[in-house]
Ligand binder design. Structure first.
Ligand SMILES: Nc1ncnc2c1ncn2[C@@H]1O[C@H](COP(=O)(O)OP(=O)(O)OP(=O)(O)O)[C@@H](O)[C@H]1O
Ligand SMILES: [Mg+2]
Length: 394
């Protein structure tokens, strides 16, 4: 059934007109265009970009950690593409996807007759990556036996093929990734501590999408542009999200991180016929979970939760300021919007010393604002009016 408020849903044509923000490394002509697409402006991503720039042209091992779908492989590719090894291969091996008996021959290669079924000699991934980079994904799933052999490659850059005594020397850069907590794995004895330190010379932690909500509009815009570019239909215009749909996506927790977001945008771009994707077009799961989150301020879940009284003060302050901004500081109108007595509002403005904010009333939320700043709440949903309370325009 259609929700009444859906009818009121306003489209904010500006909401997706912002330019996608790609980091400077993304414009580096030397990079393969396929790997120029790392989107992010939040502080954590800026740190990731800085690290990529600093380490790319070194041979140091890099360990990329982060939840599934946060961009670990994309980051590994950006490192390789920005290194002087870029003209050689980046070989990818998912250590979790291959049974450990086969992983050894996959990594090191084998000689003919090394084991049943080895009818031909075969070079392994380390040899393929000679001069380039090897990306060992899901490194936490590697068996202890292979961990020892990998340690030797890291220390001496040499190994033997399975079934051979001939030592092969390679020049490779090793980047690995995991969504597991390797420190815990060390404690439980499933991961070697010495290997961990060798792999973790440069650590990069990819932030979960839930921690970088201010990047969600940028990512959505990027994926919409990508869909448009891939679309076969002539004259297909880039779709947009209504303000309410966008807020709902920002509020959602994204357990599958950027991969989940990307897949959703692809699905909606194909299935929604109209130019604007609205709240009612979103999957029920996202609408439900986002609604629950809307009622729980993010800050409660943060470590720097200021305490109940301070949080309530801050909440009141924000609510009043937003109402005043929406009504152009006409206090009677703001009081009506807040469903409170005008004199009570005036008293509160004085008590909270809010007069000085009047000069800044033109200021609206922009994409560069954190939607959830520590100690502040996003309370726009409490003040739903025809006028957008959050402008996602640059
Ligand atoms: N910052 C980003 N900007 C644009 N696209 C991104 C970004 N991060 C990830 N993606 C996209 O999200 C998808 C998942 O990224 P990637 O495969 O690098 O994640 P991952 O962390 O390696 O995931 P997993 O742990 O499941 O292997 C890819 O399609 C990738 O292009
Ligand atoms: Mg991956």
């Amino acid at each position: 059934m259609k929700n009444k408020s859906d009818d009121k849903e306003k489209t904010n044509d500006n909401c997706m007109n912002q330019q996608c923000s790609k980091h400077p490394i993304a414009h580096d002509k030397k990079m393969s265009p396929m790997y120029t697409e790392i989107i992010g402006e939040c502080l954590e991503m800026k740190e990731v970009f800085q690290t990529i720039e600093k380490v790319a042209d070194t041979d140091s091992t890099v360990l990329i950690t982060g939840e599934s779908g946060t961009g670990k492989e994309l980051t590994a590719r950006a490192i390789h593409s920005n290194s002087s090894r870029r003209n050689n291969q980046m070989v990818v091996l998912n250590c979790g996807a291959i049974p450990s008996e086969l992983l050894e021959s996959e990594l090191f290669g084998h000689e003919k007759g090394a084991f049943t079924g080895a009818h031909q000699p075969r070079i392994g991934r380390f040899e393929m990556a000679d001069g380039g980079t090897i990306f060992l994904d899901e490194i936490g799933d590697m068996s202890p036996g292979l961990q020892v052999k990998l340690l030797r490659v890291l220390q001496e850059q040499c190994f033997e093929r399975v079934g051979s005594v001939k030592t092969i020397h390679v020049d490779i850069r090793i980047i690995s990734a995991t969504n597991k907590d390797l420190r815990k794995a060390i404690q439980t004895g499933t991961f070697r501590e010495d290997l961990y330190y060798r792999l973790n010379v440069i650590p990069i932690n990819m932030p979960s999408l839930n921690k970088r909500k201010s990047d969600i509009p940028l990512l959505i815009n990027h994926f919409l542009e990508k869909r448009q570019a891939h679309s076969n239909k002539n004259g297909n215009h880039k779709k947009m999200f209504s303000k309410r749909a966008m807020e709902t996506l920002i509020n959602y927790q994204w357990p599958g991180n950027i991969r989940e977001l990307e897949n959703l945008i692809e699905r909606l771009s194909i299935l929604v016929d109209s130019h604007t994707i609205r709240y009612q077009d979103l999957p029920e799961k996202i609408k439900e979970k986002s609604a629950i989150r809307n009622t729980i301020p993010e800050s409660i879940m943060e470590r720097n939760w200021p305490g109940f009284n301070q949080a309530v003060d801050q909440f009141q302050k924000n609510l009043i300021l937003q109402a005043l901004n929406q009504t152009n500081w006409i206090k009677a109108k703001a009081a009506t919007l807040l469903k409170m007595n005008r004199t009570t509002l005036v008293e509160k403005i004085k008590k909270m010393d809010l007069e000085s904010f009047e000069n800044h009333r033109e200021r609206e939320f922009t994409p560069s604002d954190q939607f959830y700043r520590p100690g502040e709440f996003n309370i726009s949903h409490l003040l739903r009016t025809e006028k957008p309370t959050i402008s996602i325009t640059k």
